[in-house]
Design a protein around this ligand. Structure first.
Ligand code: SF4
Ligand code: FES
Length: 259
């Protein structure tokens, strides 16, 4: 627990809270791009900057997603320096992705409309290079099927060797967590395809639910889920679609057989 001052108001934070968590708990809006609750802080996009000072901290801009709230900290989320710097960061992103709706909406929430920067070269896409998909695939799933390739302007998300990935298990975590829809998952014709900006990076067959026969999971994803949940005394979740799994669990709890 820490006693801090946030935009002039004194408050106590939850134990171990970051500045971002403390601000959000107090209802103060701070934009984030590379941060995700499921993955934790990354500190790359800098959109979450605030101005902070404290007993051992000279007034400075810090990224709130990876800074712990400490006793005596004074934090300003709307100081002139924060507003000016944040505007530049938003404008740089808009120059690269001028048609990306979630970005434009977030920028507008913080008073930024449009950009003074020249549009980036090439056809704009919806990827903001936040890294959430890459971190989810590598850090959470352990598949490392998607990576960042190249540096600078050409940096982009792709599969290994720019081909359809042999490491992808087809779980769709990347598509589920992507904040802009730049990654998309489509189940069609008995296959699951994952696209990054309309380019296929994974193409896998789907297999049936053991109970109802609906095509719902890739073989690698079923193996992954079953390995993760083995020994937990449940039906193998990788073999049953979410609906049949729910019914099966409910019947196990009630002691009644499923319909
Ligand atoms: S594809 Fe989505 S999640 Fe991945 S880096 Fe781009 S915006 Fe972020
Ligand atoms: S959200 Fe904090 S640096 Fe990206």
């Amino acid at each position: 627990m820490a006693e801090i001052t946030l935009n002039g108001k004194e408050l106590e934070t939850a134990p171990g809270a970051t500045v971002l968590e403390a601000a959000r708990a107090a209802g103060v809006d701070i934009p984030t791009l590379c941060y995700h609750e499921a993955l934790g802080p990354y500190g790359a996009c800098r959109l979450c900057i605030v101005e902070a000072s404290g007993p051992v901290l000279k007034p400075s801009l810090i990224t709130s997603c990876n800074a712990k709230a400490a006793d005596g900290m004074a934090i300003n989320t709307e100081s002139p320096l924060v507003v000016k710097t944040r505007k530049i960061l938003f404008e740089l992103l808009i120059a690269r992705s001028p048609r990306t709706k979630p970005l434009l909406e977030m920028a507008a929430r913080f008073g930024v409309e449009g950009t003074r920067f020249k549009a980036a070269q090439g056809e704009p896409d919806n990827c903001l290079r936040c890294g959430i998909c890459v971190r989810a695939c590598t850090g959470k799933i352990g598949a490392s099927a998607i990576v960042f390739a190249r540096r600078g302007q050409g940096r982009h998300v792709t599969a290994e060797f720019e081909k359809s990935s042999s490491l992808c298990i087809g779980c769709g975590s990347c598509a589920n967590l992507c904040p802009t829809g730049a990654i998309r998952m489509l189940d069609e014709g008995g296959r699951r395809r994952i696209f990054v900006n309309e380019r296929v990076i994974s193409d896998l067959p789907l297999v049936e639910c053991r109970n109802c026969g609906r095509l719902f999971v890739t073989p690698k994803q079923a193996d992954y889920v079953n390995a993760k949940t083995s020994g937990q005394g449940r039906p193998s979740p990788g073999d049953l679609c979410p609906e049949c799994l729910r019914v099966s669990k409910a019947s196990a709890l009630s002691g009644l057989p499923p319909d």
